[in-house]
Ligand binder design. Sequence first.
Ligand code: NDP
Ligand code: HSE
Length: 434
Amino acid sequence: METENINIGLLGLGTVGTEVAYQLIHNNNIINNQKSKVQINLSKVLVNDINKKRPDFLPTDKITDNPNDILNDNNINLIVELIGGDQIALDMINQAVDKKVNIVTANKLIMSKYGHELLTRAKNNGILLLYEASVGAGIPIIGPLYHSLTANHINRINAIINGTTNYILSNMSTGTQTFENALKQAQNLGYAESDPTSDIEGIDAAYKLSILASIVLNNRITEEDVYREGITKLSAVDFKYAKDLGYTIKLLAIGELDPENVSLRVHPCLISNDHLLAKVEGVYNAIEIQGNPIGNIIFHGEGAGPKSTSSAILGDIISIANNISNKGANSPVNITDTTIRYIDYIHTSSSYYMRMSVQDKPGVLAEISSILGKYNISIASVLQTTHNQPDNIAELVMITHPAVVNNLNTAISQIEKSNQIKSVDSLVRIEDLN
Ligand code: NDP
Ligand code: HSE
């Protein structure tokens, strides 16, 4: 039997691309002989700056800065896109789809914004577009949602799906690093996006949540359908209070997935120290799926970094290689456009953690309670301290009973207007995950 050849055009040789190239060259025997019936070759690699120093393991004649050397090479039958970002990568993926070349990508931005159209066109063209690394890096989640979990009615996802922010929050909560230092470290370790705003403002997690929700709901869902807050407003003192109260602060991506009441949100929350997600530290991610009949299942592993990410990309490459050798694309994708109904974030309800600086004098607490009461918000507990505060100022930390977000926002804007209140410094949702 004639050996089939998979010739890869790798777009991008940065943090992830370099590891994938390394594995394709150094682990070639494992990839070819044990896992796939076809010969997988790394043909060409596209970079932006041809003069940059590249790793010695990669022959220089494989490197180009001309996209046409890959996109117009008819011997290349698999494109692996690891450039990241929006338009340039999208143009290249579109060209590959038009040419009916199979694609692997780790690009969550593109899969969130344009995944619906791209997957539909790929399917119509009889090719595969696989994107396992786009959510949770090496943690298998997209494959399981399409395959092993497909018989389930999945009603909720609770996830930590950004390695950079979980790394920062873990360090801030143990007091080992400041926000700025932890972010720098995450960048040095190859966890952060080239523009880390995407990580720290929750945009990356919103892309990922929309990708997961679109698979579960079999619908077109983008990051625009996700309510989003980042982690930049949290202060070191919030971690201390959260700890005293028995909570851990995490950036969660939450999908409530009943098609009649869909709510997708990414925001920091206080979660009980007893919950498994509270124990997910550093660059680790965890995705909890609640479904029927499966019950609750958690996927856990390193959610960023070159090693973990390359595992998912190589898995996708081998799947495509096997698919080619089995003669015929077998896309699991079958997107529908059924109606789903979103609940607006402001109409959801939750307990809240609030921290404010107030005048240290009688009547202030009564005024705050009265404003909260007007909006049907009751207080579950209060801590007050004057320690480390300027003269006549006290710090007040409150936990509320569940309240409607819209009511809470209105109450807070009234509280902020009172001249007894210096500032509302922190407002974080408490997520009851149990
Ligand atoms: P990097 O920024 O490290 O690498 C980007 C690569 O793309 C570089 O080699 C760069 O070239 C090349 N490139 C940039 N612009 C162009 C262009 N116009 N034409 C040709 N090549 C270009 O990114 P990462 O490796 O970290 O990420 C790649 C993708 O993987 C992104 O979509 C990211 O979101 C995703 N991802 C990343 C993870 C991680 O942990 N880092 C985990 C999961 C997914 P040059 O080398 O010349 O600068
Ligand atoms: N910047 C991303 C993160 C990379 O920190 O999770 C993995 O998608």
